[in-house]
Design a protein around this ligand. Sequence first.
Ligand code: UN1
Length: 509
Amino acid sequence: PMVRAPLMARLKALESAHWRAEPTFPAATPGEIAPITMPHDLSAVVGTRRDATAEEIDAAFARAAQIQPGWDALGGEKRALLLEEAADLFEAHTDEFLSLCQREAGKTLLDAVLELREAVDFLRYYAEGARQRFGQPTILPGPTGEENSLSLHGRGVFATISPWNFPLAIFTGMAAAALAAGNSVIAKPAEQTPLIAALAVRLCHEAGIPPEALQLLPGAGAVGQMITADPRLAGVAFTGSTETAQAINRTLAGRDGPIATLIAETGGQNAMIVDSSALPEQVVRDVLGSAFQSAGQRCSALRVLYLQDDIADQMLEMIRGGFEALIIGDPARFSTDVGPVIDPDAQARLERHVARCLASERKVTRLPLPPGIAQGCFVAPTIVELGSIRDLSREHFGPVLHVARFRASELGQVIDDINATGYGLTLGLHSRIAETRRFVQARARVGNFYVNRNQIGAVVESQPFGGEGLSGTGPKAGGPHYLTRFATERVMTIDTTAAGGNASLLAAG
Ligand code: UN1
């Protein structure tokens, strides 16, 4: 039998690999080439990205439009088999994906493992959805005396525009759903993380998904803008900032052509409420995990912790104790809890926010950064005390936890303030009182409500994920209604009576 080195050694060996991302069908005149560097060491180059040109985008649409009817006609069962084959290949390339998640995206080993698992889960879950819903037409009941049947089909060419914070899971999830539903896909990964996407696309093609049905177009905002402005586009699945989703919405609305579908999963201003019945050890674990795992770079992450006033001092002291034990540094080290943020822009935005908090004399606690990390985009994990969630005007995407206090009589007001942010993604509650849980659930306008646990890490199928309002359009990713938003419905009516029911009515008239 082949002897394999232990995982950490295999990952180490992959550190010298040079990766490339370029359009699936490269044209003769290439676009701009940009280096991709490691977030935790900007002097280390992981690979290169070659941006799609206008000519390549145009040609990609032509190919995608041409293949789509055939891809749709293939049917759900055959598409499912191809997606499942891709899932197997992803698992067979675990080492490469883990290495890229660490080096290109700055993920810890734990986050990298979870990311791959989620991508594979999405492939298998949407494959099963394709099998169940994109196979036989549904016969519709009713009094017409005819045979009425409804079938689901792809809408046409779908664009997927995906974020750097889940460069594998969300990239794969959106593309897999669009493909499962019978669309051809033009995939534009985040400019920071095209290498993971390029590997994912290569494996999908190896699995047998036609390269015209899934095309990669790397690039930054300008490439995304050209894709979304194309009148051949039938829909966009987007995950990223609320502002970008609003800009895409305007672009789609300004085009002549089919009315495009927009499925958007965007930001949050996620709170957790802890009342005095909560178990402190659980609260410490779940607050630290929700706020600082993935360096706070999850749209589900905890941003504002509300502590009931009578336990607030003691709880905050315990949270600080756990906080001080967090290990910050190189994500390739097994023991690291908090890695870097994605890039220097993100780092600068977070530092400006913390500087403003200090200037307005809020109480700020920061962890010291370890030595030897000056080349990386590290932001010291930070706790800021606030009056309420109203003191924040926007989402701060990183390892900054805000803490506010409330009196038991103010619980309704706290929820109203959370709702008034306009976001509605995740909400956490730690309470042993069933009536409090019912009260919060009835009043909060939020997509995912987590009780007595952390509020990140939604699992495909069991915890369909997504928000409302400024947090997105729904339907929830990894849930039972997601695929149908990528599809169009067609009804066929056959007059099955020999003489023809309507014909004889007309004749009588
Ligand atoms: C995101 O950060 O864009 O629940 C989504 C979670 C993940 C999804 C986060 N499954 O943390």
